[in-house]
Design a protein around this ligand. Structure first.
Ligand SMILES: Nc1ncnc2c1ncn2[C@@H]1O[C@H](COP(=O)(O)OP(=O)(O)O)[C@@H](O)[C@H]1O
Ligand SMILES: [Mg+2]
Length: 420
């Protein structure tokens, strides 16, 4: 390996290895640091799903050439910004009149990325003591072209630097930022670098009054309350200013960074590829990782919930696993991004879900669900379906309580599915 195409990967203060990316050709190599392989700890940080082999030889990756991976091994592509983060990256680059390569993106992500993987050498950015949520939102509206610029130069301000720092790492398409809130003083600072017991670390999905024209984050919050009442594990979440959805980060807990990978990052199954996007694959991955059976059962409940409550956007990057460094093993991560996925104010006929069940993406029946229960030894699937289905009224009551507009609530209510 030579030249400046190389970036070094670290985890838990260990050098894990090096990535060499040929960006134009969309291929890369990875080489483990032999010292890392000689350790007894942390040998399962990248489960052996057929991508990274346990060898100190250079490993070549040419198959990950889609935009999801940009040529990188999927474990590291997970660190790259997604749709929203990429817009911010581009605006930032434009404001500096430069292009930012994929490896430079990783260098900017450095030690501020989601999860615990870090990259060096990193690029430093000026730090900010505190941030002003409303200012961030105003600048974001300009970045996303939701409003004509009134101040002309706003996209060159400190706020853009802040947005760049706190808005590029988390994946997904919706506008979001990472913040840390001081437990004692309530002061909010950028959430890219701080991680300690003194702070709560949140991912905030921002309500920007955008083209969707309904309070999406409020609906997501009501879904969160419903999921929690069903015993589906989510991080504690709250509304900020009655409209933004703030969820505590599972990759920052107990004052430590937690190592996490999405199902796509773990397997190289592109979340945009229907051929690999199925619940069967997700359950197979879960059983390959030997997660406890109670968590497989929870995954089943999440699947049933997604069917009944219209979360069709249940793709492979909306499911993650979290690593227990003391036991060198994996668990199902808390659920996230579970909400009514489509705009309820628009009409969609038989929308396809991202993950198929028994080969189907819509009109799923209880029999399709029982097939999965059978294959993965889930006991009493009928009882679980009944329990989840019985909460429909509670969702509508939550909508009422949190003042979700009636039109939205009624439209979602009509589209809820009856499996039994
Ligand atoms: N509570 C959380 N803690 C840590 N990471 C999270 C949390 N919620 C979401 N994420 C990560 O951030 C990404 C984007 O969040 P998501 O809710 O999926 O947003 P979007 O609606 O834009 O897809 C997810 O794919 C996941 O990797
Ligand atoms: Mg998502």
């Amino acid at each position: 390996m030579s030249g400046n195409n190389i970036i070094t990967v670290h985890l838990f203060d260990q050098e894990v290895g090096r990535i060499d990316l040929k960006e134009k050709e969309r291929r890369s190599t990875f080489q483990y640091n032999p010292e890392f392989l000689n350790r007894t700890e942390f040998q399962n940080i990248f489960p052996k799903t057929g991508i990274l082999r346990t060898t100190s030889y250079v490993q070549l990756f040419g198959q990950f050439d889609s935009p999801t991976f940009n040529g990188l091994p999927p474990q590291f592509a997970d660190s790259l910004p997604d749709r929203f983060g990429s817009i911010i990256f581009k605006t930032w680059a434009d404001s500096k009149s430069t292009d930012i390569s994929v490896l430079e993106q990783l260098a900017y992500i450095a030690n501020r990325g989601m999860g615990a993987i870090e990259y060096s050498p990193g690029k430093t950015l000026p730090s900010a003591a505190s941030i002003e949520l409303n200012e961030i939102i105003e600048v974001l509206k300009e970045v996303l072209d939701l409003k004509n610029s009134t101040q002309g130069n706003r996209l060159n301000t400190q706020s853009l630097v802040n947005i760049f720092k706190i808005g590029t790492s988390a994946g997904g398409a919706r506008p979001k930022i990472l913040i840390s809130e001081n437990k004692k003083t309530g002061k909010i600072i950028p959430g890219d670098l701080e991680y300690s017991e003194e702070y709560e670390h949140y991912l905030i999905k921002l309500a920007l009054d955008d083209e969707e024209n309904y309070p999406r984050e409020l609906v997501e919050y009501c879904y969160h309350l419903l999921l929690t009442s069903l015993g589906i594990h989510m991080m504690p979440s709250k509304l900020v200013e009655d409209k933004h959805f703030a969820t505590k980060r599972y990759d920052r807990q107990h004052g430590e960074k937690q190592h996490v990978l999405t199902a796509t990052g773990m397997t190289g199954w592109d979340y945009k590829d229907p051929k690999v996007s199925s619940y069967e694959n997700l359950f197979k991955l879960a059983s390959f990782l030997k997660i406890p059976h109670s968590e497989t059962e929870e995954l089943f409940k999440r699947m049933v919930f997604n069917i009944i409550y219209g979360n069709t956007d249940d793709h492979l990057k909306n499911h993650s696993f979290i690593y227990d460094r003391t036991k060198d093993r994996w668990h199902l991560a808390p659920a996230y991004d579970v909400t009514y996925a489509l705009n309820p104010l628009l009409e969609f006929r038989n929308p396809n879900r991202a993950l198929s069940i028994n080969g189907k993406r819509n009109k799923i029946t209880a029999d399709d669900v029982y097939k999965i229960a059978d294959d993965f030894t889930i006991k009493n699937p009928k009882g679980l379906i009944e329990e989840i289905q019985s909460k429909k009224n509670q969702l509508i009551e939550l909508f009422d309580e949190y003042k979700v507009p009636e039109q939205v609530s009624e439209s979602i209510e009509k589209k809820l599915i009856t499996l039994l």
